[in-house]
Unconditional design. Structure first.
Length: 354
């Protein structure tokens, strides 16, 4: 069996690829990482049969619909989640096959009402989503969260697996990649040891955490399985540089990729003039066109060449990308993280006067 653990740094999400006999499943794919996942499937000679989300996520948008559009994979999600379009509505006890192997579905609600845990056929590994994290668990203060239900789910459906069963969560914010049933039974401060349901409920009801930053975007999008609003068509990946498509529809280029492909592009810095020569400096060869002047200076740009928009953090330049796309520029990308990322990564800067 082929197994790969993949990571999305923006949301600290783990995506899992399982393959056997030329067939594969992806668990918790991320919208922006679809090109990466497709490339890996191709390199490994695998045909994607289905995507399985462990629940309706609040911190990132699933890649399920986008992968379905690209390779015809089925979309599988808990029936209880009420999302559409779902090809395989999953219930407790269902089985999802790939090659000669399969995953068994266990309902583990409590973080959300549609949380599922996927258990490999030999019970050597399980994919717990946010129901059980490494030395923690998912929160219960939105999306039908219920602490009593979560306590019961984890104790009866996950921690009853063999001690040696490896547990793979949907997220970890410290870089830890895997745990085991034995470890979590012993060391999980919320759900292990002698903790009882009263202890757990008292702890979970007093976390007082802020809501995830992307919740207002991610939850509605994930109830559509990641399908964008409007015409619902994902554009083809540009070939002039390695780019990542954000769910907003804006293509992004990483700083190192821009350094390597700068000769192909027009680099447009959309900050104000004083910022262009401040302590951050600017990308060598960049042209200053403040966002407030952009629509009136479009004739200064070559519509046949790619345009990379740059600002301090990537926010104003993302808006510039939208304006450029609306004006008919077909090859536009945003510098991921702006000059802050560029400077942190130690890439060359210029600070000459305008």
């Amino acid at each position: 069996m082929i197994f790969r653990q993949l990571f999305d740094p923006a949301s600290s999400t783990y995506t899992y690829l399982l393959g056997d006999s030329g067939e594969a499943l992806l668990i918790d794919p991320v919208y922006e990482q679809v090109p990466r996942d497709l490339a890996l499937l191709q390199e490994l000679g695998l045909s994607l049969q289905a995507t399985l989300d462990t629940h309706v996520h609040a911190d990132h948008v699933t890649g399920a619909w986008r992968l379905h559009q690209r390779c015809g994979s089925r979309i599988a999600l808990a029936e209880a989640a009420g999302a559409t379009p779902v090809d395989v509505p999953l219930r407790h006890g269902d089985s999802v096959d790939f090659g000669s192997r399969h995953l068994t579905v266990r309902a583990t609600p409590g973080h959300t009402n549609g949380c599922l845990t996927y258990v490999l056929d030999d019970e050597s590994m399980a994919f717990t989503g946010d129901s059980l994290l490494i030395r923690g668990c998912g929160r219960i203060d939105f999306q039908q969260g219920n602490p009593r239900q979560l306590f019961t789910s984890v104790r009866s459906q996950i921690l009853t697996l063999p001690d040696t069963c490896l547990l793979y969560p949907a997220h970890d914010y410290r870089g830890i990649t895997v745990t085991s049933v034995a470890e979590e039974r012993r060391f999980n401060p919320r759900l292990g040891g002698e903790v009882d349901v009263g202890d757990f409920i008292g702890h979970m009801n007093n976390l007082n955490l802020p809501h995830p930053k992307l919740m207002a975007i991610a939850v509605p999008a994930n109830l559509r399985c990641g399908q964008p609003e409007g015409d619902g068509v994902a554009p083809d990946t540009p070939d002039w540089a390695p780019l990542t498509l954000r769910f907003s529809g804006v293509w992004e280029i990483e700083p190192m990729a821009l350094l390597e492909h700068a000769a192909k592009a027009q680099i447009v810095d959309v900050r104000e003039a004083p910022e262009f020569i401040d302590r951050l400096g600017h990308v060598p060869g960049a042209r200053l066109v403040p966002l407030s002047q952009l629509t009136n200076r479009l004739n200064e740009l070559d519509r046949e060449r790619p345009v990379v928009a740059v600002c301090r953090s990537g926010v104003r330049s993302a808006q510039a990308c939208v304006l450029l796309n609306k004006a008919g520029f077909g090859q536009v990308a945003n510098l991921a993280g702006g000059m802050l990322r560029w400077k942190i990564e130690g890439l060359p800067v210029a600070a000459e006067n305008i």
